[in-house]
Design a binder for this molecule. Structure first.
Ligand code: FAD
Ligand code: NAG
Ligand code: NAG
Length: 352
């Protein structure tokens, strides 16, 4: 299968909607709530930070839930305070938002990564899936699924993000053109609603809730569990990268790889370089055939030939390109530099 990544960074959550689930008064009554985990009222400063580093909204309290019922109890309590309360609630995943989306000014932040259940569970069979907690990191889901020779179908480029955090947005990577974004690869979710009810939802059951929560920017409920569609995992990835100095040629070739329709007209006189990155998943026993296919494919493209970079890496190393994403993205975010500069960091070291 052919997956294409063009080097555009998807900061999908640049929306201005920030505060989730608006509720209500006498916040100190939270101290009396009985939960399996705990509330922190003093050490809350970290919950006023995110990847964007532009918003610092101090919450009143941070809930470290141990169970789904901790979340339900807290939200039900706030709901019962009534509509005049100013208290807001935000789920916080890995806080890789850029504009304070996972923060709650003088409200309650729910630290989803401390949720200890339900435990991750992989189901094999004809239509395999994994049940994972909303606070689980995608990298940990990948590791667990690979134990069964399986993997989710749709990814983000960067895997140190939570299930709840990306399903609240979309979850886009090089597989989205084929499988759809991550939100199109979920069978079912367990959600704590704004009233503090715990509901399962799917296409068939509570479907309004299901479709609202997926891509719902944390506004429609808190995802405590998701059932994610899996497929057999390949062993290896043929990783190819080439550069173009002409955008039209670049876009034409990119479209050739996605589907046979030829590129529409683009005009660019700038000297920007365009990077097309391709990945072809394969199992080791198909290595020869794969190399032939890739050779044929590349011979049809019109990139600057001297820029061709190719390597073969194990599947998990390819998906977890931490050194790529973190360095590239943080340097781009910090300096506003072009992605090309950051690309230098993406060349794997010799050991790969
Ligand atoms: C370095 C980096 C690389 C990225 N790469 C990609 C990429 O390749 N593809 C892509 O699509 N996106 C990418 N993103 C964007 C990323 O997917 C979103 O910012 C995502 O929201 C971050 O997930 P998180 O776990 O950090 O969520 P947070 O930032 O903690 O939360 C994001 C939003 O989701 C809500 N939320 C969190 N958990 C839950 C839950 N359990 N239930 C309901 N709502 C919840 C929060 O309240 C908030 O509104 C990247 C971001 C960064 C910083
Ligand atoms: C918390 O509980 C104590 C004793 O049970 C009670 O006296 C107090 O009023 C409660 N505080 C709030 C804010 O509800
Ligand atoms: C939701 O579904 C799961 C798995 O199908 C089930 O174990 C759980 O009891 C359900 N929860 C509710 C609240 O119906």
């Amino acid at each position: 299968m052919l997956f294409i990544r063009s080097f555009m960074i998807l900061f999908l959550c640049c929306m201005t909607i920030r505060i989730n689930l608006c509720f209500s008064s006498n916040p100190s009554s939270l101290r009396n709530l009985s939960v399996d985990g705990h509330f922190s009222f003093d050490e809350v400063h970290h919950a006023a930070k995110d990847f964007g580093n532009r918003f610092q909204l101090l919450p009143l309290a941070v809930l470290y839930p141990k169970s789904v019922s901790d979340i339900a109890t807290t939200i039900r309590h706030i709901w019962q305070m009534g509509p005049n309360s100013e208290l807001t609630v935000a789920a916080r995943g890995h806080s890789h938002s850029l504009q304070g989306q996972a923060q709650a000014h003088q409200g309650v932040v729910i630290n989803m990564e401390s949720l200890q259940g339900p435990k991750m569970h992989v189901y094999t069979g004809n239509n395999p899936y994994v049940d994972a907690s909303g606070g689980e990191l995608w990298i940990d889901i990948l590791r667990e699924c690979l134990e069964y020779g399986l993997a989710p179908k749709s990814w983000t480029d960067y895997l140190h993000l939570t299930v709840g955090g990306t399903l609240s947005n979309a979850g886009v990577s090089g597989q989205a053109f084929r499988h759809g974004p991550q939100i199109s690869n979920v069978h079912q979710m367990e959600v704590v609603t704004g009233k503090g009810e715990v509901l399962n939802c799917s296409e068939k059951q509570n479907s309004d809730l299901f479709h609202s929560v997926l891509g719902g920017l944390g506004q429609f409920g808190i995802i405590t569990r998701a059932r994610i569609s899996l497929e057999p995992a390949p062993d290896m990835v043929k990783w190819i990268r080439v550069l173009y100095s002409d955008f039209t040629t670049f876009a034409t070739d990119q479209e050739r790889l996605i589907d046979p329709v030829q590129a529409s007209q683009f005009h660019s006189d700038g000297r920007t370089l365009y990077c097309l990155e391709l990945a072809k998943y394969f199992n080791r026993d198909r290595a020869d055939a794969l190399n032939e296919e890739v050779g044929n494919l590349l011979s049809q493209l019109r990139y600057i030939t001297s820029t061709l970079f190719q390597t073969e890496v194990p599947y998990i190393e390819f998906l977890d390109r931490v050194h790529v994403s973190e360095k590239a993205i943080s340097s781009a975010a910090a300096t506003g530099s072009s992605m090309l500069t950051s690309l230098d960091d993406t060349v794997p070291d010799d050991s790969r």
